[in-house]
Design a protein around this ligand. Structure first.
Ligand SMILES: C[S@@+](CC[C@H](N)C(=O)[O-])C[C@H]1O[C@@H](n2cnc3c(N)ncnc32)[C@H](O)[C@@H]1O
Length: 264
């Protein structure tokens, strides 16, 4: 009953948002961006393989880091984002967080093309190890729990980690494969300073992945979640953890992004 109510609330929220986006929202660039994303996703373009941004805006970009001069990070492929990636600004935020935390080991759940993996490698020390876990396409049908239909395309990419394979920074990156629900994290116990959770966005998986990274984190470590504002499974799980599990009371959402963080 409460699930049906939740779905109804979600549906009503979507109708309200679409209505606003198509009317008053046209006056705001953020909502125009949403329309552009919707247009791109419905225009028959298959994102896999070609991530050329469909951006009709000619005005040069800037952001708060550039304006206020406190962007300490280095980037590659920051503007080459499309489906399944962090946004440009989110990548800068993650890169700056990594730089600030100066981690000895990073653990990422969900490699995809490895754009964030590469940038985390570029912004950490020469002896940092970045472990990135990805679900092989061949294991799609045998995951322990159901992943969302909308993310199958990210599992079925041609190459996992193509953005860093062959790059000099790849020597710091260790690729591991498996389903995060059955993967053994034991080897990494108490050794991770930054974890990036961006695998399956299904509610059960977000709960699973959030639980699985806890024992591998060092004290003072940082957990980063992506897509808090974009996927119902992510926000439902994180809201629930924040409200009902005292270990997650320190969760914070970074404004202007879909990133949530927790410092341990
Ligand atoms: C949105 S993409 C990750 C994007 C990447 N972190 C980035 O920032 O560019 C999601 C990734 O999670 C992987 N994935 C999905 N379900 C998974 C699971 N159960 N275990 C491990 N990886 C999973 C997919 O194969 C895909 O590569």
């Amino acid at each position: 009953m409460s699930k049906a109510f939740d779905n109804l609330r979600l549906y009503a929220g979507v109708v309200k948002r679409v209505g606003y986006t198509l009317t008053l929202g046209m006056l705001h660039s953020g909502f125009r961006d949403e329309l552009l994303k919707l247009y791109n996703s419905c225009s028959g373009q298959e994102p896999s393989g070609d991530d050329t941004p469909m951006d009709p805006f000619v005005i040069p970009k800037t952001d708060v880091f550039e304006l206020f001069g406190n962007d300490a990070a280095a980037y590659e492929g920051v503007y080459e984002c499309g489906f399944g990636h962090t946004t440009e600004f989110e990548l800068k935020v993650i890169s700056n967080l990594v730089k600030k935390w100066n981690p000895r080991r990073i653990f990422e759940i969900g490699t995809f093309q490895g754009r964030t993996t590469l940038n985390m490698a570029l912004n950490s020390g020469s002896d940092t190890e970045i472990v990135t876990l990805d679900l092989p396409a061949g294991e799609l049908a045998s995951t322990k729990m159901d992943i969302e239909d909308g993310e199958v395309r990210y599992v079925k990419k041609e190459v996992s980690g193509e953005r860093f394979i062959g790059h000099p920074a790849a020597s710091k990156i260790r690729q591991v494969f498996g389903d995060s629900a059955s993967f053994s994290f034991d080897e990494y116990k108490d050794s991770v300073d930054v974890a990036f959770i961006d695998g399956s966005h299904a509610y059960e998986y977000v709960l699973n992945d959030s639980e699985k990274v806890f024992p591998i984190m060092r004290k003072g470590g940082l957990i980063i979640w992506h897509d808090y504002t974009n996927w119902p499974g992510v926000w439902t799980a994180l809201n629930e953890l924040y409200e009902h599990d005292s270990r997650f009371r320190g969760l914070r959402h970074i404004g202007g992004t879909s990133i949530a963080i927790l410092t341990l």
